[in-house]
Design a protein around this ligand. Structure first.
Ligand code: ZN
Length: 202
């Protein structure tokens, strides 16, 4: 059985050896900062950047991959609803379209944790200027199509806080770009970690 053999993968850009963990379909080259999505064995370039820590804490700093989905959303029909779009579009109820950047965890976590992180990061949009770091980024569990579905799930779940809203919420969601951003977390050593931007413990 050779199913679990790790392949020696080389960076298409600089030729450095890359460490690919089992199930990781996205790899980051720490030598040159290139990112690749492995699709049917082919390495397709994908933008990968990192956020810098804003909060100082004890514990080892580790980076977890998030999808950054830039979207254009048009609201076609909406009745009394949650505050998500109101918050994101700047407090006006009259806005019917705008840009939203969704932050969707790309690493494995429970649905509850995913929803909490995605919602708070998406509302606060805390990564102003992502940059290249020479750090390890592994543990990708969700691909592009998963990320799109999860972004839509977050949109609907936040907008439909009040249960009577769902049937009246019609929208058009266009994805303009999908990138990866490494978000710093402090490993608290007890199975918990706390993100170094918003201070959310998961
Ligand atoms: Zn490289």
């Amino acid at each position: 059985m050779s199913d679990f053999k790790l392949e020696a993968v080389k960076c298409k850009q600089c030729g450095s050896g890359l460490v690919v963990e089992v199930n990781d379909n996205i790899v980051y080259c720490t030598s040159c900062g290139s990112g690749f999505e492995i699709i049917n064995g082919e390495m397709t370039p994908i933008e990968i950047n990192f956020a810098s820590a804003a909060i100082r804490e004890d514990g080892e700093l580790i980076y977890k991959p998030f999808w950054l989905l830039k979207t254009n959303i048009s609201i076609l029909e909406r009745k009394a609803s949650g505050n998500f779009l109101k918050n994101i579009f700047g407090g006006s109820n009259d806005n019917t379209s705008g840009e939203i950047i969704f932050y969707i965890p790309a690493f494995y976590c429970s649905l509850e944790v995913m929803k909490n992180l995605a919602t708070q990061f998406t509302i606060k949009n805390p990564v102003a200027s992502p940059q290249k770091y020479n750090v390890k980024l592994t543990g990708f569990a969700y691909g592009k199509e998963d990320a799109k579905k999860l972004a839509e799930f977050i949109l609907i779940s936040m907008e439909a806080e009040k249960s009577d809203v769902m049937k009246n919420f019609n929208y058009k969601l266009d994805f303009t770009s999908l990138e990866i951003v490494g978000i710093p977390f402090y490993d608290k050593g007890n199975g918990q970690m706390k993100d170094a931007l918003l201070g959310i413990t998961v």
